[in-house]
Design a protein around this ligand. Structure first.
Ligand code: NAD
Length: 483
């Protein structure tokens, strides 16, 4: 049993009242950690520490911060195996993905932003004919609250914390209650790398009436960067309104994956399988509405089902496993209830559609890769984010129809199109209202590019300059020139 404490002002501490909660592993739903349960008192202490630490950290400048943050990246790499194992134990993702994707990317988030902050500049508006020179100063914003989800616990936490620290802010992080462990290991790494006390703090707890809400309502928190469900975003926006915080939200999705008849089918099949089954389908960017052009509909479905049935589900610690258990029993029930609903709404089940109860897997939250065909976009299962390994497939005739279906959604986070026709690719990319569109690929990222969502999927953008804008204030300096 691991004990997980808050990290406040450079020290690991329990809650003042000693309150804790349990973290279970989804492989068999047994308790693996006792976690300090924070609330207003702990958030107050963490915010006060972050405020005290802010002037020195902001004033240190990006080059000195870069040295420290590079050591954090090295610390993540040095403890990669340990981090990967705890991430897998805590939330069920396959160990191979944790080792080769999440943890290296978490280190890279620090390297990328530590470098970026050194190189980024500001703008100048030169107007000599009026004798005026205007330039922009950018200054670190202040104390940032980071609220993150459980599906990529360390990767998404570092995607927020690394730019905030690199651009000179101090942070109070509230990791997801389902997967708190790697955030605490990151705190040890930061301490050992020389991040000064108070610059990075972690308070564990829940959302409403707990540490999350205390952070969003705190008068001395300047901004909230949040990733999670759209309804949580609504609650945070309302809670943050009285103190007028700057907000950045990355939220849910129900992205369309469009496969045209002229596509490279091998690539499209592989990409579509990954697009819905990677990370148990617990991916905001998942291509969970699959639109296939009618001439290849039957052939494509046959190949997709073949791939789904071969997708290896099982113990996430087995390096050959492709899909582990869903994060919690509660989430398992939610996904299974959507599978029932898909049947009731008249979609045709092609494979999966059940909880796996073979041998030891019965103790965990395992669901078979599930594909429903002949769905209609008006079904609730095509409109709600299921956040599990459940694909809803629909046929289309002309590309206009596919674009229309893709846009009939309250979400707009991502999308994919598989085609060898350049005009089709450009058209889909332009006309689907979504934050990221992948053409003949999936999940590929350049951290300089904007990342975020249209409609209910997001507010603002993260990445490169977009994170720089969020984590800094902008000031115009206007100088009268002589002569
Ligand atoms: P969630 O919204 O339930 O929780 C996310 C975080 O918010 C947790 O730390 C939680 O404790 C906290 N929280 C909940 N209610 C709160 C409140 N009232 N005030 C303050 N904090 C509160 O989301 P989840 O179930 O952890 O994650 C899954 C969701 O996240 C999905 O909708 C998924 O699409 C989305 N997501 C989006 C992205 C993206 O980049 N757009 C990435 C990953 C996940």
């Amino acid at each position: 049993m691991r004990e997980v404490l808050h990290f406040i002002d450079g020290e690991f501490v329990p809650s003042t009242d000693g309150a804790t909660f349990e973290s279970v592993t989804p492989t068999d739903n047994t308790v693996i950690a006792r976690v300090a349960l924070g609330g207003g008192v702990e958030v107050d202490r963490a915010v006060a520490a972050a405020r005290r630490a802010f002037p020195a950290w902001a004033g240190m400048g990006p080059e000195a911060r870069r040295e420290i943050l590079m050591r954090v990246a090295e610390g993540i790499e040095a403890r990669l195996e340990e981090l990967a194992e705890w991430e897998t134990r805590d939330m069920g993702k396959p160990i191979t993905a944790a080792r080769t994707k999440d943890m290296p990317r978490s280190a890279y988030n620090f390297r990328f932003f530590a470098d970026y902050a050194v190189q980024v500049g500001t703008k100048v508006w030169d107007k000599p004919w009026d004798g005026v020179l205007t330039y922009e100063l950018r200054e670190p914003l202040g104390v940032v609250g980071s609220i993150s989800p459980w599906n990529f616990p360390l990767m998404l936490l570092t995607w927020k914390v690394a730019p905030a620290l690199a651009f000179g802010c101090t942070v109070v992080a509230k990791p997801a209650e389902q997967s708190p462990i790697t955030a605490s290991i990151l705190a040890e790494i930061c301490r050992d790398a020389g991040v000064p006390p108070g610059v990075f703090n972690v308070v564990h707890g829940f959302g409403p009436a707990s540490a999350g809400e205390a952070l969003t309502t705190h008068p001395d928190v300047d901004a909230i960067t949040f990733t999670g469900e759209s309804n949580t975003g609504r609650a945070i926006m309302a809670a943050a309104a009285p103190t007028l915080k700057k907000l950045s939200f990355e939220m849910g999705g129900k992205s369309a994956n469009i496969v045209c008849a002229d596509a490279d089918l091998d690539a499209a099949v592989t990409g579509s399988l990954r697009g819905i089954f990677v990370n148990q389908g617990e991916v905001c960017l998942a291509g969970s509405r699959l639109l296939v052009q009618r001439p290849i509909y039957e052939e494509f479905l046959a190949r997709l089902v073949e791939g789904a049935e071969a997708w290896k589900v099982g113990d996430p610690f087995d390096p050959t496993t492709q899909m582990g258990p869903l994060v919690s029993e509660e989430h398992l029930d939610k996904v299974l209830s959507y599978i029932d609903l898909a049947r009731e709404e008249g979609a045709k089940l092609l494979c999966g559609g059940y909880r796996i109860t073979d041998g030891d897997l019965a103790k965990g939250n395992y669901v078979a890769p599930t594909i429903f065909a002949d769905a209609d976009n008006s079904m609730q299962v095509c409109q709600d984010e299921i956040f599990g390994p459940v694909e809803m497939v629909m046929p289309f005739d002309e590309i206009d129809e596919a674009i229309e279906i893709a846009n009939q959604s309250r979400y707009g986070l991502a999308g994919m199109v598989w085609t060898t026709n350049l005009d089709t690719a450009h058209r889909v990319a332009r006309e689907v209202r979504t934050g990221t569109m992948w053409v003949n690929c999936f999940f590929v990222r350049d951290l300089r590019a904007p990342f975020g969502g249209y409609k209910d999927s997001g507010l603002g953008r993260e990445g490169g300059d977009y994170s720089y804008e969020f984590f800094t204030e902008s000031k115009a300096v206007v100088m009268k020139l002589g002569g």
